[in-house]
Design a protein around this ligand. Sequence first.
Ligand code: KIV
Ligand code: ZN
Length: 385
Amino acid sequence: MSRIKIFDTTLRDGEQSPGVNLNQLEKLEIAKQLERFGVDRMEAGFPASSKGEFNAVKAIADNIKDTSVIALARTVKSDVDAAWEALKGAAEPSVHLFLATSPIHMTYKLKKTPEQVIDTAVDMVTYAKQKFSTIEWSAEDATRSDWNFLAQIIERVIDAGATVINLPDTVGYTTPDEYGRLFRYIRETVPNIDRVSLSCHCHNDLGMAVANSIAAVENGATQVEGTINGIGERAGNAALEEIAVALKIRSDFYPYETGLQLKEIKRTSDLIAKLTGMHVQANKAVIGRNAFSHESGIHQDGVLKNASTYEIITPEMVGVNSNTLFLGKHSGKHAFKDKVKELGYQLSEEKLKEAFDSFKKLTDRKKEVTDDDLFTILMEIQTDT
Ligand code: KIV
Ligand code: ZN
């Protein structure tokens, strides 16, 4: 089994979903849960974009020690400097530089020739190398770029010090067969490619992000980028929980493993849905509300006789608890504490008491306290320092 690294970008590309805006506390809460989920790397944000974003990335870098924290930067010195200032307290500060390589982007957006693009990329990787030992370089819009040009620029940025090369399908345009061939081509053509990790990053505009990511892995990608619940720009990014479960369920076919704790999927998905306000569609693969429900009589009958007749994923595997606790005015502190843990929060005794008091007050007004109510209470308790 080869070990595939998981790079989570929920806090950066995921936050680029229209209408999503996470504050520092929310980002930190998500980062802690991503660490429990077992992602290898998390992209905490884009520090040069605003003061609030800078502070959030810094808070994550200062608090998350078991996962490598990465920040996005355009190929300009001030972005690299901002990323360094935010990340210098991290266990393994890493920067993610990107520059477009497709003719469309180079001509209309960058207004640069291919040679100028190579020079800019090399200069900025060289500059970043003075501060960072881990540098990911992304060829934005790689899937609409000329493959020969990609091979040339990748060789140059590796020589300049990049340690991870990412080939994003920025506009969700590629297909599994084509994306797989691109990875194979880069593996076979770029002479120094074995010195670095090779990463895939897929968007879901044509609904193929997960299939494309798996095709990349089958053809030499050693890192997969994506988000929880597949949130992200436009139609979103590849959903990491779907990739992880597909690799696990079809391990007869895919000889790859990740370090993800699949049992944390439900908790991670719920937390992100709640804090981003982007609810998971009922029929979403792996984690949607209907993923383990059976409506037709024939299916219900089969499942009652043996669940594997119509279920290929067990709810337990992804942390869906069928005995989830109902919380109301008769619930005691013990049940409340278990529920708080089930939602992924670890509170001090003092904060737990504060949260329990707010919960009890709420039960005077509401018969059933929902997970959403609890998330609100927990966020208020955390804010109220
Ligand atoms: O989709 C994309 O091209 C990106 C880059 C910043 C890597 O998100
Ligand atoms: Zn992206």
